[in-house]
Design a binder for this molecule. Structure first.
Ligand SMILES: Cc1cc2nc3c(=O)[nH]c(=O)nc-3n(C[C@H](O)[C@H](O)[C@H](O)COP(=O)(O)OP(=O)(O)OC[C@H]3O[C@@H](n4cnc5c(N)ncnc54)[C@H](O)[C@@H]3O)c2cc1C
Length: 739
C-alpha cells in the first residue's frame, strides 16, 4: 500500500509548521475520543501508549465574553454548574438536562452511526424516525437554548459546530453529540503536540509496511470502463493500482481529478450547489515573554455572535466583529514553547473563497486586527513581545490542502449534507474508488476523520480474493448441524459465521495435527500484521463486524503452546487453556450475532470454556494418543500417563472416570455462568446458541451417566436427538447442562 501526499510531510491539516526552532501545530489541537487512537494501535497489536502519551487538558476551554466576564468549562458536571451559577442568576439554567439529552444523541449519532457505512439509502431511511425523535430538525443553537437561558452561555455551549466547520444557527442538533463526547472522555493533548501524534501514526504505518511518498501531487484518477485503475501524478508518472482511496477533499477530487464525462452523480453543477464550510484565518506567533494566565484553549467572543456567523456563512464578508480561538499549548506541555517565551496560534473563522475576498490584501490587515483584539483584552504587551509570526488564509487551504473554495472543513455539516447525503465512502460514480476524511461520513474533526477511515475499511474489498463458496462448503462438510442452524441468521451474519468457523477450524487442524510451521508462521504474521491467507479472513471480519484483536492473539498463542505436547497440571491451567482456544471463539462470535453489550463478553467466554471442557471430556483417550493430556494432573493421586489414558493400564480406569465426572461438573458450573448472558443475545441467535449448548449438554450427560462406555468410542448426539433438542429450545426449555 502506498500513500501519496502533495505535502512535504505527514498530517495534512494536522501537520507541523516549523519556524524559528518552534513546532507550531498547524490544525487540530483539541483531541477528544482518545479511545479511537487506542483502537487504531490495537488493530495492529500495538499499544498506543508505547508511541504517544496523551496529557489531560484542564480546563477544556476558557470562554471570554465581551463584558469582560469569563467561564471555565471542563472538569465534572458540578464544576460547570457552579461556573454557570456564578455567571447566570436565571433559575431555569439546566446544564444537566443538556448533558443528559446530548448523551442520548451521542448514543445514536456516535456509538450507533459514526462508523457505519451510509452508502445505502435504506440505512438512512431506517435512521430517520430516531433522528426526528432526537429533534435533529433543530439547530444546535436552538437546541442548547432549550436548556440554557443566558445569552453568553448559549454561545459557549453552541460553539461545537464551528469545530467542524458549521454555523451553530444552521447545523443540525445531532452535532450536540460532541458535547457529550467531551464529557465522556475529556479533552486531551498529545505530549509534544498533535504533530507528535501524527509522527506516532506514521511510525506505526511504516512498521506495518505502508510506504509514504511526499511531495507527490495526484493530477488525475485513471478511470477505465467505470473503474479506478490508478493515478497520474503532476510529474506525469502513472501509478497503477487495484483500488484508489482518497482522503483528499471529495468535491475537489470529483471536480479536478475525474473528467466530467466519467461522473453521473457528482456533476460540476451538483458540486457547485453544495454548501461549503467556512474558511479559516490562522495566525501563528511566538512571544519573547510568557503569558501564564492564558489557558490552553481560549475562546474570545466578539460582540454579536449571530451577526458574525451571518457575515461568514450568508453575506460572505469579513466581519468587523471577530470571535477568536487562541491556542497556547505550553499551558499543558511546557516543551511546546521556548524556555523564556511562549508560542500560540489564533484562529478566526472567516468566509470561504466563494466570498471573493482578496487575501493578498486582507491577510495582513486581518492579522493586525486580531493582534489588536488580543492585546486590548487578554494579552497586554503582545505587539512589543512578538517574535515569530506568519499566517494562513483560505488561499493556503486551497493551494496547500486542495480543499474546494479553500474551506477549512469540506462541505458544511448540514442535515441535508450528512450521512447518506454526504459524499459516500464508496464512490457512486467510479468503481473501486473509496473516500475517507472530512468530506465523507461522519464528517470533519479528528474523531470524525478517524471514524470515516473505520467506515471506509468496511467497504474496501480485502486485498486478497477469498473463495467464499469454498469456505461455505468446508463449513457444511465439517459441521452439517451448525451450517444448517446458521440459516436462521440473516444471510450476511451466516456468511460471517462460516468465515469465522473456517479460520478457527483451519488453525485448530494445524494445532491438532502438529503442523508446527503453519501455526507458527500464522502466529508471526498475525503479530507483525503481515498478510496471511487464513488470517486475512479474520481481518476482513474485523473490518466488517468489529471483531477484536486480542481473542485471535490469545487463541494463536495458546495453540502454539500445545505444539510440543500438553500435560496440564492444575484446574487453573486447564481453564486458561479452554479460555485460549474456545472462550476466545465465544468473544469473536458476539459482534456477528448482534451482541452489543460489553458485559456479555464474559458470558460468551464462559460458554466457550464450558463447551471446550465437554470436548476434552469426550476426547480424553483420542487426545492422549496424540500425546496430549488435558485433564489436570492434580485430579489424580499420582501422575497419569499417556499409557494410562490410552487404555493399557486398566488399574486406573475408575480414577479416570472420576476425573471425567469432575470435568463435567466444572463444565456445568461454566454453563450456568454463561446462562446469565443469554439475555444479551438477540432472539434468533439465542435459539441457535441455546441449541448448541444443549447438544454439548447432551454429550456431557451421556458420558456422565456411564463414563466407562466412552473409553473406546466417542459420545455423539444422533440426528433425531438433535432435532428433539431443537424443538425443546423452541418450546422454551432451558438447555440441560452436563451434571
Ligand atoms: C486550523 C484548524 C484547527 C482544527 N482544530 C481541530 C481540533 O482542535 N480538533 C479536531 O478534532 N479537529 C480540528 N480540526 C479539523 C481537523 O483537523 C480536520 O477535519 C482533519 O484534520 C481533516 O483531515 P483529513 O484527513 O480529512 O484531511 P487532510 O488532513 O487535509 O488530509 C488530506 C491530505 O491529502 C492531500 N491532498 C489533497 N489533494 C491531493 C492531491 N491531488 N494529491 C496529493 N495529495 C493531495 C492534502 O494536501 C492533505 O495533506 C481543525 C482544522 C484546522 C484547519
Amino acid at each position: 500500500m502506498q500513500v501519496l501526499d502533495n505535502n512535504p510531510m505527514a498530517g495534512g491539516r494536522a501537520q507541523v509548521y516549523k519556524s524559528g526552532g518552534i513546532n507550531f501545530d498547524a490544525g487540530p489541537t483539541v483531541i477528544t475520543a482518545p479511545f479511537l487512537f487506542d483502537e487504531l494501535f490495537n488493530l495492529f497489536g500495538r499499544d498506543r501508549s508505547d508511541y504517544i502519551e496523551f496529557l489531560p487538558v484542564e480546563p477544556w476551554y476558557r470562554f471570554h465574553f465581551k463584558d469582560k466576564t469569563y467561564m471555565d468549562y471542563g472538569g465534572k458536571v458540578e464544576d460547570t454548574e457552579s461556573e454557570i451559577e456564578r455567571l447566570s442568576k436565571n433559575p431555569e439554567e439546566n446544564y444537566r438536562g443538556l448533558v443528559e439529552y446530548s448523551k442520548k444523541i451521542f448514543e445514536v449519532g456516535f456509538e450507533g452511526l459514526s462508523d457505519k457505512p451510509f452508502n445505502k439509502f435504506s440505512t438512512m431511511l431506517r435512521q430517520v424516525p430516531v433522528l426526528l425523535s432526537l429533534k435533529s430538525y433543530l439547530s444546535v443553537y436552538d437546541f442548547v437554548s432549550q436548556y440554557i437561558k443566558d445569552e453568553r452561555l448559549r454561545r459557549a455551549f453552541s460553539i461545537h459546530p464551528l469545530l467542524v466547520g458549521g454555523n451553530p444557527f444552521q447545523t443540525t442538533s445531532i452535532y450536540c453529540l460532541i458535547h457529550y463526547l467531551e464529557r465522556k472522555w475529556g479533552v486531551w493533548f498529545p505530549k509534544g503536540g498533535t504533530g507528535a501524534l501524527v509522527q506516532a501514526i506514521e511510525k506505526l504505518s511504516k512498521e506495518v509496511g505502508i510506504k509514504f511518498n511526499y511531495n507527490r501531487t495526484v493530477k488525475q484518477i485513471l478511470v477505465q470502463d467505470g473503474e479506478a485503475k490508478g493515478v497520474t501524478l503532476a510529474s506525469g508518472e502513472k501509478m497503477e493500482s487495484d483500488i484508489v482511496v482518497c482522503d483528499a477533499d471529495p468535491p475537489m477530487v470529483y471536480e479536478k481529478l475525474i473528467p466530467s464525462e466519467k461522473r453521473r452523480k457528482w456533476t460540476d453543477k451538483k458540486l457547485k450547489s453544495l454548501s461549503y464550510s467556512m474558511g479559516l484565518f490562522v495566525w501563528y506567533f511566538s512571544t519573547k515573554k510568557k503569558f501564564p494566565s492564558i489557558k490552553h484553549h481560549t475562546i474570545l467572543f466578539g460582540e454579536e455572535y449571530k451577526k458574525l456567523l451571518e457575515d461568514i456563512f450568508d453575506r460572505q464578508i469579513l466581519s468587523d466583529d471577530l470571535s477568536l480561538y487562541l491556542h497556547r499549548p505550553s499551558a499543558t506541555d511546557e516543551s511546546m514553547a521556548p524556555p523564556d517565551g511562549d508560542a500560540f496560534y489564533v484562529l478566526a473563522p472567516v468566509p470561504n473563497k466563494q466570498s471573493g475576498i482578496n487575501w493578498e490584501d486582507e491577510g495582513e490587515k486581518l492579522k493586525q486586527r486580531v493582534m489588536y483584539q488580543l492585546e486590548t483584552t487578554i494579552m497586554p504587551g503582545l505587539s512589543d513581545s512578538l517574535d515569530e509570526s506568519f499566517f494562513v488564509t483560505p488561499d493556503t487551504f486551497e493551494r496547500k490542502f486542495h480543499t474546494s473554495w479553500g474551506s477549512g472543513f469540506s462541505i458544511a455539516p448540514l442535515f441535508q449534507q450528512s450521512a447518506w447525503f454526504r459524499f459516500h465512502n464508496k464512490s457512486e460514480d467510479v468503481k473501486n474508488l473509496f473516500f475517507c476524511g472530512a468530506g465523507t461520513h461522519p464528517g470533519a474533526g479528528v474523531p470524525g476523520v478517524v471514524s470515516s477511515a473505520k467506515v471506509m475499511e468496511k467497504l474496501v474489498p480485502p486485498a486478497r480474493e477469498f473463495n467464499l463458496a469454498e469456505i461455505h462448503k468446508s463449513f457444511k462438510a465439517h459441521s452439517k448441524t451448525f451450517s444448517l442452524a446458521s440459516l436462521l441468521f440473516p444471510r450476511e451474519s451466516a456468511t460471517a459465521i462460516s468465515q469465522l468457523y473456517y479460520v478457527c477450524r483451519q488453525l485448530d487442524d494445524w494445532a491438532d495435527n502438529g503442523f508446527e510451521e503453519d501455526l507458527i508462521s500464522a502466529r508471526d504474521s498475525w503479530l507483525n500484521h503481515k498478510p496471511h491467507p487464513v488470517l486475512d479472513l479474520y481481518r476482513d471480519l474485523q473490518a466488517k463486524w468489529g471483531l477484536a484483536e486480542d481473542p485471535m492473539t490469545d487463541m494463536l498463542s495458546t495453540m502454539v503452546s500445545e505444539l510440543n505436547g500438553v500435560c496440564l497440571k492444575s484446574e487453573s491451567e486447564l481453564i486458561d487453556y479452554c479460555r485460549g482456544v474456545a472462550g476466545t471463539v465465544g468473544i469473536m462470535t458476539c459482534p456477528i450475532i448482534g451482541v452489543k453489550d460489553k458485559s456479555a463478553l464474559t458470558h460468551a467466554e464462559n460458554l466457550g470454556i464450558a463447551m471446550q471442557l465437554t470436548n476434552i471430556c469426550r476426547d480424553v483417550h483420542e487426545d492422549a494418543k496424540r500425546g496430549r493430556i488435558y485433564i489436570p494432573q492434580n485430579f489424580f493421586k499420582t501422575p497419569i500417563s499417556v499409557d494410562d489414558l490410552v487404555g493399557s493400564n486398566l488399574d486406573r480406569v475408575e480414577e479416570i472416570d472420576g476425573a471425567k465426572l469432575r470435568l463435567l461438573g466444572l463444565a456445568a458450573s461454566y454453563y450456568e455462568r454463561a446462562q446469565e448472558g443469554m439475555k444479551f443475545i438477540p432472539l434468533r441467535a439465542r435459539i441457535i446458541i441455546k441449541w448448541a449448548a444443549s447438544m454439548y449438554g447432551e454429550i456431557g450427560s451421556k458420558i456422565g451417566k456411564n463414563p466407562i462406555n466412552y473409553r473406546t468410542s466417542r459420545a455423539i448426539v444422533p440426528t433425531w436427538k438433535k432435532l428433539s433438542l431443537f424443538f425443546g429450545v423452541l418450546s422454551g426449555k432451558t438447555y440441560s447442562t452436563p451434571k
